[in-house]
Design a protein around this ligand. Structure first.
Ligand SMILES: Nc1nc2c(ncn2[C@@H]2O[C@H](COP(=O)(O)OP(=O)(O)OP(=O)(O)O)[C@@H](O)[C@H]2O)c(=O)[nH]1
Length: 647
């Protein structure tokens, strides 16, 4: 077995990649290992770059074309759009990039070989953290804009992340093959939005390959090479990590200075732990071991790290005995949305917990802790970057680990400020204090807010304003992005401040449906603000169901309570007794529905005469119902939870 295939084989055994591998291996598009002498690539022939864009503007397609042009992978045989860097099954199914991938390629121009290190980035608003992490290892970025859709919300946010990092930006207009492409108009838009000189914009079709050669040329001509020194002590920047069941944690690094070789003893500036490099290599695009990594290069290191927490994103690694000052760290990811995950069958909890632990090893931005619910038993509470992230994680659990789970309604992290000056962050509605209690020690509750921007054709502007107002938006402002000939071609950028909790429900769906799919949306953290919130609990037959508790804004409590009790009424099967379904805030019930009893026909089979006998049976049944009602708890089947909690 050659080394590459041995690697691929090991990856195949890795549960987190198992299903991904199955789709992966059928393509057999890798050209196999080339023997690369890393020392031949001095910093001046290295380019570290990223592709940044709004979701679906074609990053992964362009990445594939670049890998094909440089013969890193074989050209695809059929017309099928099969992306190499989008490896996870969920990414293939949904057509989105979730996890940034790294790939190195070699390209010769005028007889000179260049080592190009590409870091593919996700485009969805939830994954901005992955984007800025990827950019930390780059000197330049290709800013890709769809020539038919134009500048969108994430085009702007990723542009700013790249600009702040001082990266050289190469503007690229993609999808010029589309009949709806408007290259001149979009180029003008890029000029007015980003201050980009239209003469610098490359026009390409990542799908057909048209113009892609010029992109490679521009990467080499315009992006500066890394300023790395070979004679300085070795210093590596850890920007991502993977997990391999056999080799442990694999760190992706960018060598800032010096050289690292297999067998070198290294230490982490962050944890101070020491390791020996067992394997070193580059992503080509699969892991290909090399003898060393030289200054400016990007690759991986396997050094027997057991726990993923040891590979601290933003850490600096150095050779033992040659300490270096650590590079400026990296802002840790912040969970924006929390949800409880429970097994459908409570005896599956140990298996579920193990699966979640494994999955979090490949997705470092998920936070995790145990939680238990009287309705759903033992489970976990997880923190995600956003609701799409949560959805993707759930799908990966189901696809890759066969997990059968119930996920609770998402909640954002609230802050409780106490009279004694202390504060607490809560991410679980069950921990929410009862504000109606007069002895409360709570001074105020604060909720997270975000600065949102929406880009939309002018004709939908009114609908968007309405949507924002209905979600408690404040500080609404707008400006024109460009002025087209009619309301469908001139676009407006609308900005506002709104509570994060308002966008974790069905905001995206509403945004898309009210704008016929034309609106794009982005948001950034804007801190916390005081808010009038309350915990809403749902009672079935007088008993609260903890897993259904919600934190709501007082202004929406009536609508929410009515919708939810109706929803519950619809999905809870009728019992042998009457069941009140109530929504309450504190001790006050604010909405109620009654589920009528399912009257079993106890007189069936009693034909003719004997009226008293019939009556006796009915009386007995009434007694039985009373007992049941008194002692019985409502049997809420798992499917009912599914129905209630799916949005
Ligand atoms: N017609 C046309 N379609 C393209 C072109 N480039 C990409 N596409 C299509 O656009 C869709 C999105 O492309 P991707 O490469 O997956 O986009 P992405 O930016 O990687 O998307 P995310 O990873 O989700 O951010 C796919 O259906 C591609 O086939 C192009 O040049 N022309």
């Amino acid at each position: 077995m050659n080394i590459l295939w041995q690697n691929v084989y090991l990856r195949a055994l890795r549960p987190s990649n198992y299903s991904a591998f199955r789709t992966f291996s059928t393509s057999s598009r890798f050209n196999g290992p080339r023997s690369l002498r890393m020392e031949e690539f001095a910093p001046d022939v290295i380019r570290n770059f990223s592709i940044i864009a709004h979701i679906d503007h074609g990053k992964s397609t362009l990445a594939d074309r670049l890998l094909e042009l440089t013969k890193t992978i074989k050209k695809k045989e059929t017309g099928k759009n099969e992306q190499v860097l989008d490896k996870l099954k969920v990414e293939r199914e949904r057509g989105i990039t979730v996890k940034a991938q790294t790939a190195s390629m070699v390209h010769s121009i005028n007889g000179k070989s260049h080592l190009l290190n590409l870091i593919d980035t996700p485009g969805h608003v939830d994954f901005a953290w992955e984007v800025s992490r990827s950019l930390a290892a780059c000197q330049g970025a290709l800013l890709l804009v769809d020539a038919s859709q134009g500048v969108q919300a994430q085009s702007i946010s990723v542009f700013h992340i790249a600009k702040e990092r001082g990266l050289t930006i190469i503007p690229v207009l993609n999808k010029i093959d589309l009949p709806a492409a408007q290259p001149e108009l979009i180029a003008a838009q890029m000029q007015s939005t980003f201050g980009i000189n239209p003469a610098e914009i490359l026009s390409i079709s990542a799908k057909t390959g048209k113009g892609v050669e010029a992109v490679l040329q521009a990467v080499i001509d315009r992006i500066p090479s890394p300023q790395s020194k070979s004679n300085a002590p070795a210093k590596a920047f850890l920007f991502d990590s993977l997990y391999d069941r056999y080799r442990g944690v694999i760190s992706l690094v960018n060598i800032q200075d010096g050289i690292l070789r297999k067998g070198d003893k290294i230490a982490s500036c962050h944890t101070r732990k020491r390791y020996e490099i067992a394997e070193i290599g580059i992503m080509y695009p699969e892991e290909v071991p090399t003898d060393m990594l030289c200054p400016g290069q990007v690759g991986y290191i396997a050094c027997n790290m057991k726990e993923s927490s040891e590979a601290h994103i933003g850490d600096t690694l150095h050779r033992v005995g040659e300490p270096v000052p650590p590079m400026p760290g990296f802002k840790p990811s912040k969970a924006m949305v929390y949800a409880g995950i429970f097994p459908v069958d409570s005896s599956d909890f140990p298996k579920l917990e193990e699966s979640i632990k494994r999955l979090t090893l490949t997705d470092r931005s998920v936070t995790f802790q145990r939680e238990s619910s009287s309705a759903l038993g033992q489970g976990t509470r997880l923190g995600f970057l956003g609701t799409l992230h949560m959805d993707v994680f759930r799908q990966r659990l189901e696809d890759e680990y066969d997990a059968n789970i119930i996920i609770t309604a998402p909640t954002v992290p609230y802050k409780v400020l106490y009279r004694d000056g202390t504060e607490k962050s809560i991410s679980n509605p069950t921990e929410f204090p009862d504000m109606s209690d007069s002895t409360t020690k709570v001074r105020e509750i604060q909720e997270p807010i975000v600065k949102a921007s929406i880009i939309v054709p002018e004709e939908y502007f009114g609908d968007m304003m309405e949507l924002c107002y209905s979600r408690r938006a404040e500080e609404l402002d707008h400006r024109y992005l460009d002025t087209g000939s009619d309301a469908s071609s001139s676009r407006v950028i609308l900005t506002c401040v709104m509570p994060l909790s308002e966008i974790v429900t069905d905001f995206f769906d509403q945004l898309k449906s009210r704008s016929s799919g034309f609106a794009s949306f982005d948001y950034e953290d804007a801190g916390y603000q005081k808010s009038d919130l309350a915990k809403m609990v749902f009672l079935l037959n007088g008993k609260p169901v903890d897993a259904l508790a919600l934190i709501v804004h007082r202004s929406a409590q009536d609508t929410i309570s009515r919708t939810w009790v109706k929803k519950l009424h619809k999905v809870i099967p009728r019992q042998l007794f009457e069941v009140p379904i109530q929504a309450a805030i504190g001790k006050k019930v604010i909405a109620r529905e009654t589920l009528s009893a399912n009257r079993a026909d106890v007189t069936a089979g009693l034909y003719g005469g004997h009226y008293e006998r019939k009556l006796k049976h009915l009386e007995n049944q009434k007694e039985g119902k009373k007992r049941l009602k008194r002692i019985g708890t409502v049997d809420l089947p798992q499917e009912a939870f599914f129905d209630i909690l799916k949005r």
